[in-house]
Ligand binder design. Structure first.
Ligand code: SF4
Length: 240
């Protein structure tokens, strides 16, 4: 692929290699330590909580998600059957942003989960089918589907969220239109089939930590960044 084709497709001058992505991950891991995602409140039902949390966290701060999940748990509604049967689900999750819209999304997800036969049956789906079915549900886009596939079903998926685009654009691995699938496929193709779900799990969590702690939307803190030595943005800005 020529550099012009790379630019129009969103790629920067050079594709990231597996070794470069592992180095990127390792330096963030050294800076921030283990991230321990997904943050679970109820160890009795962790995987279902991930499904619910992935929907509740859309466009909402995580602290509000924790309040909504606590309300669901206290009401005994942290199961798909209980959520479908509840007569006022929006009231239970009202702290998690647009609660009526999210209640509809949760019901859609719970209906699919029950009709599909729960975790034991859904686990037998291949990753492409799993993500396609999730994306066919009301209000579940590629990012939420990949988060669920990664954290609830241990599937190796790169979450190409806005944080990833921001950091990888500055780092020099992405230019042009922010096309979710192109970035996901680029990173996954570079890493190859040997990359584990655990690696992707930590990579996404580290990218989120880095976006919040150093690579801010405005005024990135390049002077204290673990990636500065190889980041195009920092190189272009000159010595801190
Ligand atoms: S050096 Fe600056 S722009 Fe590059 S990743 Fe670090 S904080 Fe972001």
């Amino acid at each position: 692929m020529s550099s012009q084709e790379n630019k129009s497709s969103g790629l920067a001058g050079a594709r990231p290699t597996a070794a470069a992505i592992v180095d990127f991950h390792d330096r963030l891991a050294a800076a921030y330590g283990p991230q321990h995602w997904w943050p679970i409140q109820d160890p009795a039902n962790p995987r279902f909580e991930i499904l619910i949390g992935a929907v509740l966290t859309q466009h909402t701060a995580w602290t509000n998600v924790e309040i909504a999940i606590a309300a669901l748990r206290e009401a005994g509604s942290l199961t798909p059957e209980a959520m479908l049967a509840h007569d006022d689900l929006p009231a239970l999750i009202r702290r998690a942003g647009p609660h009526r819209i999210k209640a509809e999304r949760l019901r859609s997800l719970c209906r699919w989960f029950v009709e599909r036969g729960g975790f034991a049956a859904i686990e037998t789906l291949d990753t492409v089918t799993l993500c396609r079915e999730l994306r066919s549900l009301h209000g579940i886009g590629p990012e939420t589907a990949d988060v669920i596939a990664l954290y609830a079903f241990d599937r190796p998926r790169f979450v190409a969220d806005a944080y990833a685009f921001r950091i990888l654009e500055r780092y020099g691995w992405w230019q042009g239109a922010r096309r979710y699938e192109r970035l996901r496929e680029t990173i996954e193709a570079a890493l190859g089939d040997d990359a584990s779900a655990g690696f992707y799990d930590e990579l996404h969590a580290l990218i989120v930590a880095h976006a919040k702690q150093r690579c801010h939307k405005r005024a990135p803190d390049c002077g204290r960044c673990a990636l500065a030595a190889t980041c195009e943005y920092a190189r272009a800005a000159g010595p801190a």
